[in-house]
Design a protein around this ligand. Structure first.
Ligand code: NAD
Length: 473
């Protein structure tokens, strides 16, 4: 029986493994250490890679139907343990229980849905002279590195397609949120052959050790643009294949024809869900001047009525910032906004504890050049900006180093589609947001990364085409 409250160990070569060193795990709602996770040594990383390389030889040759079957079973096991995992998730990540459970359930479902995908086979010629087909083959051992904002889901986005394709993997969660991922590694020991999925945890040195390790064929990384650049440099040394899912500063454009009461709630949660720690959250809200005041007042009213607190307490809708480093970053942006006399409107009171709480804050029409507009806050601070001319606002929305996602709100879908085509982002939502699916590619343009996850394109990022020419004899 897995104990979800203690004994957090790594999974290497199908076995639970502890480490000489430990890293502290902090509950962001209290600011206190509540658990420890293993601090993987360099030798243990070598063991994980060696075991994954060995496992690859047999795993890649297993029929895809068998691999799919095991991944669907892995999904079931996560679903069976969703209540225990969700409780642990709230403690380490901070998100209230309902949202925590939603992430765990979605991760189990995701494994099951991805397990049904199959890579294509293209036949270019089948004549009396020859037969030519292009099929897709796995790459080898994948190095998977995940962030702390959606720690389980974003890890499963890598695990499911990579393993289905026939690769093996060494997965590293963020040092801020290692526990649920470690427990999932343990749960899957009974399902996956040894070495197919190793899960290791550690401090700041472990990521660079992994990206420079010569045993990996591919790196699949989700995190900040700053770290993504370092990962790319490190991967270049031995030409590892690379997928980078990086930061964003997503713009939403609200047209004058919206029904403010109808869209306000959706726009609010598109910006503030998970305390705004979502790569594709709305981070700049451009509103036509004719509806600006009405929408601002409606968003402020929702903010005042939305409880911010410890995610394990009933009624909490938004939890703390996940870690002190990010908390300090958000506070620094707010200090800068105050120093520049920007107008900040705060929502409901926050608990005055040692937890990393920041009030929901709307910044009322700041200058475009202010830091709070230009930088990804990754915290509950939303700049609302007025516009009068649609072409000008599209330019303002696109004038960003990032290009992850964007949204358009309008009753006129044709007009919204016209605007969507001009947006320089990998995803555009019209009258909705935060909707992502396993069968639809997701990725960033510009400094938001390259390569995609999800969809057939995402599956094929874990494979290489192999063309086979057969002369008929
Ligand atoms: P981060 O870049 O600090 O860390 C991400 C992961 O990289 C962690 O596991 C960390 O331990 C590891 N890491 C740190 N330095 C490393 C190095 N030099 N080499 C290898 N690995 C290293 O990011 P974060 O603060 O955990 O996550 C927040 C950021 O992630 C935000 O910018 C957000 O927009 C972005 N994000 C992007 C997506 C997406 O799909 N595009 C999804 C979620 C989050």
């Amino acid at each position: 029986m897995t104990d979800f409250d203690r004994n957090y160990s790594m999974t290497i070569d199908g076995k639970s493994v502890s480490a000489k060193g430990q890293i502290d795990v902090i509950n962001p709602a209290t600011g206190e250490v509540f658990a420890q996770a293993p601090d993987c040594s360099r030798e243990q990383l070598d063991d994980a890679v060696a075991s994954a390389r060995l496992a690859f030889k047999a795993w890649k040759l297993r029929p895809i139907e068998e691999r799919a079957d095991l991944l669907a079973k892995a999904g079931d096991v996560i679903l069976q343990h969703s209540a225990e995992l969700a409780r642990l998730f709230t403690k380490e990540q901070g998100r209230p229980t309902e949202g925590a459970a939603a992430e765990i359930m979605m991760s189990g479902q995701w494994l099951k849905m991805v397990s049904q995908m199959r890579p294509p086979v293209h036949i270019s010629e089948d004549s009396d002279a020859q037969f030519i087909e292009t099929r897709y083959v796995p790459l080898g051992v994948v190095c998977a590195i995940a962030p702390w904002n959606f720690p389980v889901n974003l890890a499963i986005w890598k695990v499911a397609p990579a393993l289905l394709a026939g690769n093996t993997m060494v997965l590293k969660p963020s040092p801020f949120t290692p526990l649920c991922t470690l427990k999932i590694g343990e749960l899957l020991q009974d399902i996956l052959p040894p070495g197919v999925l190793s899960v290791i945890s550690g401090g700041d040195e472990l990521g660079p050790w992994m990206t420079s390790h010569p045993g990996f064929a591919k790196i699949s990384f989700t995190g900040s643009t700053e770290t993504g650049k370092k990962v790319m440099e490190s991967a270049a040394r031995d030409l590892k294949a690379l997928t980078l899912e990086l930061g964003g500063n997503d713009a939403a454009i609200v047209l004058p024809d919206v029904d403010v009461d109808e869209v306000a709630q959706k726009i609010f949660f598109g910006a503030f869900a998970n305390t705004s720690q979502i790569c594709v959250a709305t981070k700049r809200l451009y509103v036509h001047e004719s509806v600006y005041d009405a929408l601002r007042d409606r968003l402020v009213a929702i903010a005042k009525a939305t409880k911010v607190g410890d995610g394990s307490e009933q009624g909490t809708v938004l939890g703390p910032i996940q870690n002190k480093r990010q908390f300090d970053r958000v506070m620094n942006l707010l200090d800068d906004a105050r120093a520049n006399n920007l107008t900040l409107i705060e929502g409901a009171d926050i608990p005055h504890t040692k937890g990393y709480f920041v009030p929901v804050t709307i910044v009322d029409n700041p200058p475009e050049v202010s830091r709070v507009v230009q930088e990804e806050a990754f915290g509950p601070v939303l700049p609302m900006l007025k516009y009068s001319d649609i072409d000008d606002v599209i330019d303002r929305a696109n004038d960003s180093e990032y290009g992850l996602a964007g949204a358009v709100w309008s009753k006129n879908t044709d007009e919204a589609m016209r605007i969507a085509r001009k947006m320089e982002t990998g995803t555009v939502w019209i009258n909705q947001n935060l909707n992502l699916r396993p069968d639809t590619p997701f990725g960033g343009h510009k400094a938001s990364g390259f390569g995609v996850e999800n969809g057939m394109e995402g599956l094929l990022e874990f494979m290489a085409p192999q063309a086979v020419y057969v002369a008929k004899v």
